[in-house]
Design a protein around this ligand. Structure first.
Ligand SMILES: [Zn+2]
Length: 436
C-alpha cells in the first residue's frame, strides 16, 4: 500500500519543481531580477537604472524622456500613447531608489542578487517597489501585444528619491512644465503588502512631522545637585512624559483601529536622544527627536498649539525645531462620483479582486500628488505576503508577482478607457480635505 503513495508524492514534488522552474524563467521574472540587481540605494548613481528603462522603452518603440530637475536625480518618463492624447492621462508612478541593505545584517542571500529559492525572490526592492514598476511595464506590453487600444495616454514615471522625501524628485516635478505637459487625470502609486487575502488601496496619506526639542539647563560638575527644574535632563523628562502620555491615548485608538486603517490615530515615536559630554558632567543641553504621523482628522494648527503648550509647561529654555513639517494632503474620493474610483473598483470586481480602501501608517509620493490637486491611489498587488518593505530578507513570491500583471492589465485598461465626458475639468472635485 505504501508504494504507490510514495510514487504519487514524488510525482507531485517533481511537478512542483517543474512549475517553480517554469515560473522562474518567465521573461517578466527575469526582468525583475535584472532590475533588482541594479543597486539603486538612495543617492547612488541612477545611470544604470535609467539605461535599463531606456532599453525597455526602445524594445517597444516608446517615447522615452529623462527629466533632471536636480543634477544626479533623473526622473524617467515613458509614454504609452492612447488614441486620444487631448484628454487627461493615467500616470503610473514608481520609484527607482531603494533603502540601504547590507548582507551582514542577516540577509540569507546578497540583497542585490535577486536570488530565487523555492519560488521566492529575495532582494531589496522586490516589495518596495521594483516589482510594481515591472508589473506596470509588462501589463502595458501585453495590452499592446494583444492589440488593445487605450483611449487615454498612459505614462510610466520613475522617481529618483522617494525614500529620501522626494525633494529632488516628485515635489519639483509636480511644479515643472514637463509634468504639466502630461495632463494627468489620476495617479497610481505604491501600496503595501499585508499577510491577508485583500489588497490595500491607499486613498490618503498621513502628515509627517519630525521635530527636535532641545532642553537647555545648568552645566555643572557631576557631583553637584541642582533641582530637576534647572537641568536639561529634568526638563527633557517633562517633555518626554507629556509626549508619552499623548502616545498612550493614541495607542488606545491604534489598538481599536487595527493594522488596516491608520487614519484615526496619530503615531508618536521618540527616535533619538542626544546629549552629554562626559560621565561626570551635568549636560548643558539634551535634544529629543520625535517622529509624528498626524491622524487624518487632526487640525494642524490646533496640534501645533498643543505641542507648544506641552513644551512651555515643561520648563524654560526649551527650543523646538521642525525638521520635517508636511501639510495635510487631501483624500481621494472613494465613491462612484469619482470616475477613476469607479473604473478601478469595477475592474477589481470584474476579476474578483478583493481590495480594501485604507490609510497607511507611513506615506508615499502620492501625498504630494494629491496635494498638487490630482486624485491618486496607492496599490501594490501583493496579497498574502508578509510586510517586508525596508526589512532584512525583503522578498516576494514570484507567483504573487506574476499574478499582479493581469491585475494591472485589467485596471489600466479600465482607467485608460474612461470616456472623455465622464471626467470633470476640475479634478479637485475628486479630492476631499478631511481635517477642515
Ligand atoms: Zn516605496
Amino acid at each position: 500500500m505504501w508504494f504507490p503513495v510514495i510514487i504519487v508524492s514524488t510525482c507531485i514534488l517533481a511537478l512542483q519543481e517543474v512549475t517553480a522552474a517554469a515560473l522562474a524563467s518567465d521573461p517578466a521574472v527575469l526582468l525583475l531580477q535584472e532590475y533588482v540587481q541594479i543597486n539603486t540605494t538612495s543617492n547612488n548613481n541612477l545611470t544604470p537604472a535609467v539605461a535599463f528603462w531606456k532599453k525597455l522603452a526602445d524594445a517597444e518603440g516608446l517615447p522615452f524622456n529623462v527629466v533632471e530637475l536636480n543634477q544626479g536625480y533623473p526622473i524617467v518618463v515613458i509614454k504609452w500613447a492612447g488614441s486620444n492624447s487631448s484628454i487627461s492621462s493615467i500616470m503610473l508612478n514608481s520609484h527607482m531608489d531603494v533603502v540601504p541593505a547590507k548582507q551582514e545584517d542577516g540577509w540569507k542571500f546578497p540583497p542585490f542578487s535577486a536570488h530565487i529559492e523555492n519560488g521566492v525572490m529575495y532582494g531589496r526592492g522586490t516589495q518596495d517597489m521594483k516589482s510594481v514598476s515591472i508589473q506596470y511595464y509588462e501589463a502595458l506590453r501585453r495590452l499592446k501585444a494583444n492589440g488593445v487600444t487605450l483611449l487615454r495616454d498612459v505614462y510610466m514615471t520613475l522617481m529618483p528619491d522617494e525614500e529620501l522625501g522626494a525633494e529632488k524628485g516628485m515635489i519639483p516635478f509636480l511644479q515643472s512644465e514637463e509634468f504639466a505637459k502630461l495632463n494627468v487625470g489620476v495617479e497610481l502609486d505604491e501600496g503595501t503588502s499585508y499577510d491577508i487575502p485583500s489588497i490595500p488601496l491607499f486613498y490618503q496619506d498621513k502628515v509627517v512631522w519630525q521635530i527636535e526639542v532641545t532642553c537647555h539647563g545648568v552645566a555643572a560638575h557631576g557631583s553637584t545637585f541642582p533641582p530637576n527644574s534647572a537641568t536639561a535632563t529634568g526638563k527633557c523628562a517633562n517633555v518626554i512624559n507629556r509626549f508619552l502620555k499623548f502616545r498612550d491615548e493614541e495607542y488606545a485608538k491604534y489598538t481599536k483601529a487595527g493594522i488596516t486603517d491608520a487614519g484615526p490615530y496619530t503615531s508618536v515615536n521618540l527616535n533619538r536622544i542626544n546629549g552629554g559630554v562626559a560621565n561626570n558632567v551635568i549636560p548643558a543641553s539634551v535634544s529629543l527627536t520625535f517622529d509624528i504621523r498626524l491622524g487624518t482628522s487632526v487640525n494642524e494648527e490646533e496640534f501645533e498649539a498643543r505641542i507648544n503648550k506641552w513644551i512651555a509647561k515643561a520648563g524654560d529654555n526649551i527650543t523646538l525645531t521642525y525638521i520635517n513639517k508636511n501639510h495635510q494632503s487631501p483624500a481621494t474620493v472613494i465613491s462612484d462620483s469619482n470616475p477613476f474610483w469607479k473604473a478601478f473598483s469595477s475592474a477589481a470586481a470584474k476579476i474578483n479582486l478583493p481590495i480594501m480602501p485604507m490609510v497607511p501608517p507611513g506615506s508615499t509620493d502620492a501625498r504630494h500628488v494629491r496635494r498638487a490637486g490630482y486624485p491618486a491611489f496607492g496599490f501594490s498587488p501583493m496579497p498574502n505576503t508578509p510586510f517586508l518593505l525596508h526589512s532584512v530578507n525583503e522578498r516576494l513570491d514570484i507567483e504573487v508577482f506574476l499574478k499582479g500583471i493581469p491585475i494591472y492589465q485589467s485596471i489600466i485598461e479600465s482607467l485608460a478607457s474612461i470616456p472623455a465626458a465622464d471626467v470633470a475639468d476640475n479634478l479637485s472635485s475628486y479630492l476631499i480635505y478631511t481635517a477642515d
